[in-house]
Design a protein around this ligand. Structure first.
Ligand code: PLZ
Length: 453
């Protein structure tokens, strides 16, 4: 076993050596063999960002099946916020798996579920009485938040925003904005979903957040009618849509309008939650208190878990037996969540996300300063993006985005792309990554942008 540079008591790096290492071309022979098996066994619709198979992961490194060590700037799409195989998570899951794997909370409940609900009620924005219900995926939790809001209001319509992403189930496909790859050919979609314009500072000329919110509210009032509206659902910083942070004032203005009109304000913090943005939740930054908050991804260190947390009187509107599912709040996932939350608190990971923001924004803004194809560098915490354009314009440049990502992959850096126009490089490192590895990855990106065009 290669020695790590950290003491064994350090809970972030585990046994996985914390350095980038390429021992074969990417993808290596073993990954290529597995990709060939994948293409004959796995449905073509399930695509992969990289043709590289993972063997182990920890800290800021994913080790592939050929022994290459890749720097992880993706966290499996914002999931392994506390690190892959974070020690507390591993220990908690091992203990739970030996005790029992499943009983179904709806049959014979167990304490872990209740403890996760208590933790979420404590950590999420607002100090009002709250209730929580647990599910498996982000999409499933979004669906349930809408069910709860409809049950509470007796209304049906749901308002969402341009560039929104809420999932791949029928209702959440309807709520998601982008056709390819999420919706194309998969209709008909759920009804009573309406779309309002967003605040997108880079692309709306920096429109004031309150003005942008009033524009959205006007669309909702004219096209839907407040009294028909059960909920407004919004990602406080959009994820798949392009890491779009609405201008200051946008979220509070929408939230206030919702309160004044008896509309349930639902924050989809599936991607932004759990320290990712340098706050426990992205809503915290402007002091926005959602009626319901949807969480998943970073909640459980990689085990499948999601939640809806919110005002007790709204959450309790659904009749007994109206919410549930066989696996929702699975005991292993609950044990993992409690350990992930403990890790965030014990290791100061909210602050760590802010430090990562400072480091990454500084390095990326240096690239921006010398390269006119970088239209915008933005983001909060460890949720950072670079929007690429045709030099000196705001015309999206998805080709360059794809090329930069592919070059990074070949050089052992896992980066993801996003954005309605496919022109945003996004960075979601695990908070267990070292500054050193971040610099290694940014050095790689630096040279990619330097390369002759
Ligand atoms: N809401 C804000 O970001 C998931 C999707 C990856 P699930 N985002 C990653 C893909 O291509 O499928 C997401 C999100 C927001 C909801 C979801 C849905 O979460 O756990 O993927 O269902």
């Amino acid at each position: 076993m290669t020695a790590t540079t950290t003491k064994p008591t350090t809970l972030t790096t585990q046994e996985v050596p914390q350095r980038r290492l390429l021992v074969t071309e990417i993808p290596g022979p073993e990954s290529r063999r597995l990709m060939a098996r994948k293409s004959t066994a796995v449905a073509a619709g399930v695509a992969t960002t990289m043709p590289v198979f993972a063997a182990r992961a920890g800290g800021g490194i994913v080790v592939d099946v050929d022994g290459n060590q890749l720097v992880d700037l993706g966290s499996g799409i914002a999931v392994t916020t506390v690190g892959a195989s974070a020690p507390r998570v591993v220990a908690a899951v091992q203990e739970q798996v030996a005790a029992f794997t499943h009983t179904c909370f709806m049959v014979t409940p167990y304490e872990g579920y209740v403890a996760v609900a208590e933790a979420l009620n404590r950590l999420t924005p607002g100090d009002h009485a709250k209730r929580t219900a647990l599910f498996n995926s982000g999409a499933e939790a979004v669906e349930n938040a809408v069910k709860v809001a409809r049950s509470h209001t007796g209304r049906q319509a749901v308002a969402v925003f341009d560039h929104a992403y809420h999932g791949r189930t029928n209702l959440t496909m309807a709520m998601t904005a982008r056709n390819m790859p999420y919706k194309h050919g998969f209709g008909p979609f759920a009804s009573e979903v309406y779309r309002a314009p967003l605040s997108y500072p880079f692309r709306d000329g920096g429109t004031d957040g309150v003005v942008a919110a009033l524009r959205a509210i006007d669309v909702i009032e004219k096209q839907v009618g407040a009294t028909n509206l059960a909920a407004v659902v919004i990602e406080p910083i959009q994820g798949e849509g392009g890491f779009i942070e609405p201008a200051t004032g946008f979220l509070p203005t929408i939230a206030t309008w919702c309160r004044d009109n008896g509309v349930v304000f639902i924050a989809d913090e599936v991607q932004t939650g759990f320290a990712r943005t340098g706050d426990w939740f992205a809503c915290d930054r402007e002091g926005v208190v959602p009626d319901l908050i949807v969480t998943a991804k970073g909640i459980a260190g990689g085990l499948p878990l999601s939640a809806v947390t919110g005002r007790a009187e709204i959450m309790d509107a659904a009749h007994a037996g109206g919410l549930g599912g066989t696996y929702g709040g699975n005991p292993l996932a609950c044990a993992a969540a409690l350990a992930a939350i403990e890790t965030i608190e014990a290791e100061g990971l909210v602050q760590r996300a802010r430090d990562i923001e400072t480091l990454m924004l500084d390095r990326l803004r240096r690239i921006e300063a010398r390269d006119a194809r970088v239209g915008d560098v933005r983001g909060r915490g460890a949720m950072i993006a670079v929007e690429l354009v045709q030099a000196g314009t705001d015309v999206p440049n998805p080709e360059l985005t794809k090329a930069v990502a592919a070059a990074a992959h070949r050089q052992g850096v896992i980066v993801l792309t996003c954005g309605t126009y496919g022109n945003v490089l996004r960075f979601l490192p695990p908070l267990s990554i070292s500054d050193k590895l971040l610099h290694v990855a940014l050095d790689v990106l630096d040279t990619i942008f330097e390369a002759p065009r």
